[in-house]
Design a protein around this ligand. Sequence first.
Ligand code: BES
Ligand code: ZN
Length: 884
Amino acid sequence: MRTDTPRAIRLKDYRPPAFLIDHVDLDVALEPARTRVRARLTVRPNPGAAADMEPLRLDGEHLELDLIRLDGKDLRLGTDYDISDVGLTIKAPPRGAFRLETVTYIDPDANKALQGLYRSRGVYCTQCEAQGYRRITYFVDRPDVLSTYRVRIEADVEQAPVLLSNGNPVERGTLDRGRRHYAIWHDPHPKPCYLFALVGGRFGSIASSFETMSGRKVDLGVYVEPGLEARAHWAMDSLKRAMRWDEQRFGREYDLDVFNIVAVSDFNLGAMENKGLNIFNDRLILASPDTATDMMFEAIESVVAHEYFHNWTGNRITCRDWFQLCLKEGLTVFRDQEFSGDERSATVQRITDVRQLRAHQFPEDAGPMAHPVRPSSYIEINNFYTATVYEKGAELVRMLRTLVGATAFRAGMDLYFTRHDGDAATIEQFLDCFALTSGRDLTQFMTWYEQAGTPQLVCSLAYDARARRAEFAVEQVLPPTPGETRKRPQHIPVKIGLVGPDGRDMPLRLDNGEAIDDGVIHVTRRRQHFTFTGLTARPVASLLRGFSAPVNLTIDRTDRDLEFLMANDSDLFNRWQAANSYATRTLVQIVAALKEGRRSSRGAAYARALGASIRDDKLEPAYRAELLKLPTQSDIAREIGRDVDTDHIHRAHRQLSRLVATTLAAELAQLYKSMSNKGAFSPDAKSAGRRALRNAVLTLLVQRGEPKDIALAVKHFESATNMTDEAHALFLLAAAGGRVRDAALERFYERWRHDHLVIDTWFAAQAISPQSDTVDRVRALTTHPLFSITTPNKVRALVGNFATMNPVQFNRPDGTGYQLVAEQVLAIDRFNPQVAARLLNCYRSWRALEPTRRRAARKALARVAAGPHLSRDVYEIVSRMLDT
Ligand code: BES
Ligand code: ZN
């Protein structure tokens, strides 16, 4: 274990910066192992801070300083400035404005942390959020220091014919008799340094243009590996649709002459919103029908939109400090969810977003890493780009809209954009805009940003036939989270419907005469009662329609109630929810039976109800596909909550899948046929929905496991004309094991071994197979020639998928799954802490396991904790995980 405990940074310690940097003039001469960075900064004391006599502290890491001059005069080490591993201090800077010039050298080739400037497959690129800019040059690396930039890049023409940076192009030219060249870029919009970007390399590109709502023309470019240009069109198309949507839905127009997207192969994250120059993980740009699944097309559309939307929510208005991260991320996720909902099906989008929230954010909130949407302290900020900040952050914006109404919400957004354009803002300032436009007091709502944990709503509905009333009682239980035991009640908007025996919604009228037109009741106290009147029959409660708040819900409901809601609820989200709750309940009962060594006969009624739903042609295929997807094994584990035995869950899951497949055999066969591919491939939502439904059917049929079902999967695989079907069948066959698995994997490998993106599917299929030899296979694959531990996509495809998508083999009672991941974490932490720390998240629910597995998981975690020279990133996560 390390001895120097890293220090926590606290929100309450925020102070404005002592100095501002108005302008940055950068001159970067690209060389693989020795890049020269000359920076000329225009600095002045911050009038808004008590900066008198303060030294100027510049952040800087892994830099070799060659020159430092203040107003043209060389500074002397020790006398004028000091230098350390983490920065440089100018002891007595002038009281007024001054110019500071530095020359530093950096080594892009040696940079495997992929933060700052690095080289990926011969391409120079940068990643500066959150604190990567300090690995490029000395700077005040914090988001509330905003500067305009002029950037000159110089490089070898052969090595880097394309030179890009933020803003608009100004000039380019050749040097050294054509061997070298340069490009100058200017970004007139003041920005924090985390939005700085620079790219140099050989690319193929596609170009297009966009006319903004005020009639300005913007040149658009997507840069990819040479030869893959044809796979860039979907990203370009998504970009244009996102630009139009932001104008129409939020009145936001783009503000530079160019917008470029660059795809790179080594990237810690998905994508980054650098001003005017978004940099993407190439898996989130490149798509063609034969290489990318519908899910990837959808992901590309949404991530391209997300990064574009940051231009207003993140770039024009940025964050005052990193504690306010949800100000840009939660809001931008909300915006990209709305975009996807409008482009596709709003209901299906909501279902997938809620699934995602429950799968990632709920366990985070229930585990050792629980933190508020706006955390109040951190050791390493990179560890706080979490499901809580992102997904729960988006839910808070959605709730805010529910609370203030669509009109005041839009007015509040408009006010936010005009009031804070050019600012580094806070959550308080954001909320204040909506308080103003709605006239509502949002003080209690703010609690959502400050308290961790998923509230539990314990509800009951009692119907009094004689009085024709129903009494709805609700209690909000706020479970304790690490460091936070007593909690204040939160403002929870609960969208509710009372469904009458005819399947129609009954009017919502309270005993005080108030009619609830929007269907939303406001739970603000720990315990509350609502009495609904004028009810001529017993209603069935449809609660939390559209998932109106990120909470857990308990209410006594019979199987008949759930079947009724599955068939009748006017809220399609809740129809799906009823099916999902019914399946979950059934699965939990089967697990309980397995635990007691009984065989459970549960599931037939659920299967019949499901059959009725999927026969309903009025429901779109994509929606029916969602109905057919059983809760995942992790969903069941979460529901069970303690003493989790992943083998029981796996068996229960199979048992119910088989029962559904057998009960609905005729319907499923018919659906499989009727959803078959017709005509040319199109990635649109409707066609994708048909493929999703057909593939969901196949998944169930294969669980039945009869030779004819396996044969169908083989045929599906071999006759696939697109990657959606091909990959889906590959996953099923790899899971089935035996000869069909080996044949499918071999065929896929031969076909795609030369495609560094598609081959990740081959790694993933093996990593998530529940077959008992998976741990050995994964270990063997870590030495496969196509695997590379320094490429995050490879690590995620093999190790990440194994750790998060393979509950049975990762959680083997012998602990070998845990050990394998622990070893990888330690190996990766030596050069890429960010990726190592993320991988560790797979252990976050370890305390909920049954004792044998719990002991084995603890041992693996202890082994990580004992690693020498742990990064701050891994240290923070592992110590929280082991904390009692
Ligand atoms: N600003 C982030 C990228 C980022 C993440 C920088 C973590 C530093 C640390 C970007 O806007 C983002 O959110 N990217 C997501 C994808 C998005 C669609 C949720 C990502 O990279 O996972
Ligand atoms: Zn983002």
